[in-house]
Write a protein that binds this ligand. Structure first.
Ligand code: URA
Length: 443
């Protein structure tokens, strides 16, 4: 009866009290509220919004619907990074071991692919044997030992969000600032962090493409963090083209390994260093951005960061040899180079089309129960603004069979637009947002 009354009230623009949010989320986590009622409430929230107090109350209700990591006994600072989702965004795979190798604990809880965006868990699980479903006790023990665990949202953590998140994907209610903020922050706060860095995407491949909405999302999450004494810093970054070159699970792991050796593509390295510096500053592990950058470069050039990734992979049941030999990752049966159809300038590499193309090749899901093919995807070397000649290589496709290659070529023909001239792409990093306000990013 509670759910029906609350749906009706929210539908008509009314407000739900903190006690009601808490009861509702406890009932939902206990399976006492059916999905159809929660779907109706999500749609009512999508249209009516939530005010600041309600967003805080919903976040708290989802957070307390489950358990949290208790890492207060660790002497180390605990800082995580979260991205609002993109295509080719493998930064987490590089950052977590890199920052953990520098004395800041990274209890990283990630998700699976959602819509056209890829998921860190799917990428990690392309490493033979790698397990992401650690219990809270096992994750805690691993963080104590190695300073990092790369885990999924178990049934124990924010279970109300876990159910609601899957439901929102199926009911077209993902793109709501209150729902995204509460969903992300309930999980991040359950990690028991002392600081959080957000990578808020903007551009055509982001869930919220417009800058203004992205800034509102960032500011909402920063105030939620402040409610719990967890400082949050956000960088607004470009998702009007894929990040790096590799888009697909195993090939993104390979590119991440290259980045851990300092040989990643320039945009991936730049964003990794920028987000990593924020993490080290929040963790008190560097006095300023220059020192943070120097420490990260040394961790990479000395092999320390790559070794940390190896230790994490081994601890989570994966084959650590992939770090020295990425050829051990799953390999696609077919691999073919896609050539420029004409002379001109690369005007666009559309991330949504690429993300959907990965799913079409079998590398993403249309249903939660779909099994992902880890080996398929694209390596796109063409960047917006590049001048190209007809017949030059623009990308390589990795597919399970010949039909996949044909499909992938059609995806690339639609996603990579070559024109006579091109608008400049968005700056890779455009703004830095903190509790103090929004600042233009200076390289
Ligand atoms: N990531 C989340 O964890 N939740 C959302 O709602 C969107 C992205």
């Amino acid at each position: 009866m509670l759910a029906r009354a609350l749906i009706e009230r929210k539908r008509d623009g009314g407000k739900i009290t903190p006690a009601e949010w808490r009861r509702l989320m406890q009932q939902y986590a206990a399976d006492d509220v059916p999905d159809y009622q929660m779907a109706a409430l999500a749609m009512a929230i999508f249209f009516q919004g939530l005010d600041r107090e309600e967003i805080g109350a919903l976040t708290d209700a989802m957070l307390t619907s489950g358990a949290s990591l208790d890492l207060t006994h660790l002497a180390l600072p605990r800082v995580d990074k979260h991205s609002t989702g993109g295509v080719g965004d493998k930064v987490s795979l590089v950052l977590a071991p890199l920052v953990a190798s520098l004395g800041v604990a990274v209890p990283m809880m990630s998700g699976r692919g959602l819509g056209h965006t890829g998921g860190t868990l799917d990428k990690l699980e392309s490493i033979p044997g790698f397990r992401t479903n650690l219990s809270l006790a096992d994750a805690t023990a691993q963080i104590e030992r190695l300073g990092c665990a790369l885990i999924g949202q178990t049934n124990e953590i924010a279970p109300a969000d876990r159910r609601l998140y899957a439901l929102r994907d199926a009911t077209a209610t993902v793109e709501s600032i209150p729902l995204i903020s509460a969903s992300i922050m309930s999980k991040k706060l359950a990690e028991g962090l002392t600081g959080l860095v957000l990578d808020v995407k903007r551009g055509s491949g982001a869930f919220l493409p417009e800058l203004e909405r992205g800034l509102t999302l960032a500011q909402t999450m920063i105030t939620l963090g402040a409610d719990y004494g967890c400082p949050v810093v956000a960088l607004m970054t470009a998702m009007d083209r894929p990040l790096g070159r590799a888009c697909g699970n195993a090939i993104e792991v390979e590119e991440s390994i290259m980045a851990l050796r300092g040989e990643g593509p320039p945009d991936l390295m730049k964003l990794t260093y920028a987000l990593g510096a924020e993490m080290l500053l929040l963790g008190g592990a560097a006095a300023d951005r220059d020192e943070a950058r120097r420490r990260m470069e040394v961790a990479i050039s000395s092999g320390k960061a790559a070794r940390k990734f190896q230790e994490i992979i081994e601890a989570q049941g994966g084959d650590p040899r992939v770090v020295d030999d990425p050829g051990l990752l799953p390999q696609a049966a077919e691999c073919e180079v896609y050539l420029a159809p004409r002379d001109g300038v690369v005007a666009q590499v559309e991330p949504r089309a690429i993300g959907r193309g990965i799913t079409q090749l079998g590398g993403g899901r249309t249903k939660v129960t779909d099994v992902v093919d880890p080996a398929v995807g694209f390596v796109i070397t063409a960047r917006p603004g590049d001048v190209v000649r007809a017949g030059e290589p623009l990308a390589t496709v990795f597919a399970a069979n010949r039909q996949g290659v044909t499909d992938a070529f059609a995806v690339l023909a639609a996603a990579i637009r070559i024109d006579d001239d091109a608008e400049p792409p968005l700056p890779l990093i455009s703004h830095r947002v903190t509790e103090a306000g929004v600042a233009i990013w200076e390289d």
